[in-house]
Design a protein around this ligand. Structure first.
Ligand code: DP6
Length: 345
């Protein structure tokens, strides 16, 4: 038996992916940008084992056996095995490609609560399988076929997911635009408003948006391309003012598109909106952007800020959202994370 264990952190988009032009290959209608967070905080850990004695592929997530029927999972396994077979081999890796695999995966954070759990989980799975089967080269396009945003967790630091133009999706990949050491003062605070499973998953939510939201079509065609250029420059120049402004506007636009979806999809709650107000109040107080919020397909807030603002922001969050007080469904936790990279144990 051979066995590999890897961890992959979540990534938080600052320009959001929302909508596919190809459901099967998972090709997006717009490009996106994210930062991959620190391993020590929110990450997925996966052990994959292959053995000639295993009689079928099997998978466990947080200790519960999962069905292997998912088309996405099958696509990912098929593609990794295809690449492994293709690899010029000295013979050592050949047999294992035909062995069945056992996959054991766990998240150290709530699954499906809008905390990019699928991104970390699928990135980790693909990363581990590539090590197990000794697949070399870029594997972000394989991770993409597991879950779109997962392709960005294959790389550390600041990452873009390019749309690509090929019909087979082979050039829709993740690309690191700045390494994890590029902007060492950058921190992310995750404020867990609710750890419950979301009502409408991102896959379904974005499908309905693509079908019904004119705002989304306009965003993908006219707004995101310019934002990508500006964001790339802001990251390269470590220009937090621009970085923060685009991040907040892009999150607001994602949720505006969700509201423009018919029937509407709502992910943010009153507590999420209170966090938005708090961030703008802080930025107004300082007369410049000190903090930026962003929300994925859930009510939890991710705050991007510089290291020196972390104590102030944590203090404000604890003051305005004390954990012992009832905010409806809310409790909030601060997790300052540096940006980093996936790894093998
Ligand atoms: C709001 O990657 O979870 O987090 O490709 O259908 O698996 P599928 O969707 P998923 O969508 C993530 C959407 C988002 C924005 C983002 O991460 O860019």
């Amino acid at each position: 038996m051979i066995e590999v264990t890897c961890t992959a952190p979540i990534n938080i988009a600052v320009i959001k992916y929302w909508g596919k032009r190809d459901e099967k290959l998972i090709l997006p209608i717009n490009e996106s940008t994210s930062a991959t967070l620190d391993q020590s905080q929110l990450c997925a850990k996966t052990t994959v084992a292959a053995s000639p004695d295993f009689t079928s592929d099997q998978m466990w997530l947080n200790g519960q056996e999962q069905s292997m029927d998912s088309a996405r999972l099958q696509n990912v396994l098929k593609e990794i095995r295809r690449r492994a077979r293709k690899r010029k081999s000295d013979g050592s890796g050949e047999d294992r490609v035909n062995w069945h695999v056992h996959i054991c995966s766990e998240n150290n954070f709530p699954t499906a609560a809008g905390l990019a759990s699928s991104a970390a989980g699928l990135a980790c799975l693909v990363f581990s399988l590539s090590k197990l089967f000794e697949v070399e080269g870029d594997i972000s396009d394989v991770a993409r076929q597991g879950s779109g945003s997962a392709c960005r967790s294959i790389y550390g630091g600041f990452v873009e997911w390019t749309m690509g133009t090929e019909v087979d999706g082979s050039d829709s990949r993740a690309l690191q635009i700045a390494s994890e050491t590029h902007w060492p003062q950058m921190r992310v605070l995750i404020l867990v408003v609710s750890a419950k499973k979301k009502h409408v998953g991102s896959t379904t939510g974005m499908q309905t948006s693509v079908k019904t939201s004119q705002l989304l079509a306009h965003r993908a065609e006219k707004i995101v391309p310019e934002r990508m250029v500006e964001m790339r420059r802001a990251i390269k120049d470590k220009d937090f003012q621009t970085f923060a402004e685009i991040t907040m506007k892009d999150s607001n636009q994602l949720h505006a598109c969700c509201l423009d979806t018919y029937p509407p999809v709502t992910y943010m709650t009153d507590t999420s909106r209170d966090i938005v107000r708090l961030v703008h109040a802080v930025n107004n107080h300082y007369g410049e952007n000190k903090v930026a919020y962003t929300f994925d397909a859930g009510p939890n807030a991710c705050l991007y800020l510089m290291e020196d603002m972390v104590p102030t922001m944590l203090g404000l969050v604890q003051n305005f959202f004390p954990p012992e007080q009832d905010h409806g469904e809310a409790f909030l936790t601060g997790l300052p994370s540096k940006v980093s990279t996936p790894s093998q144990e």
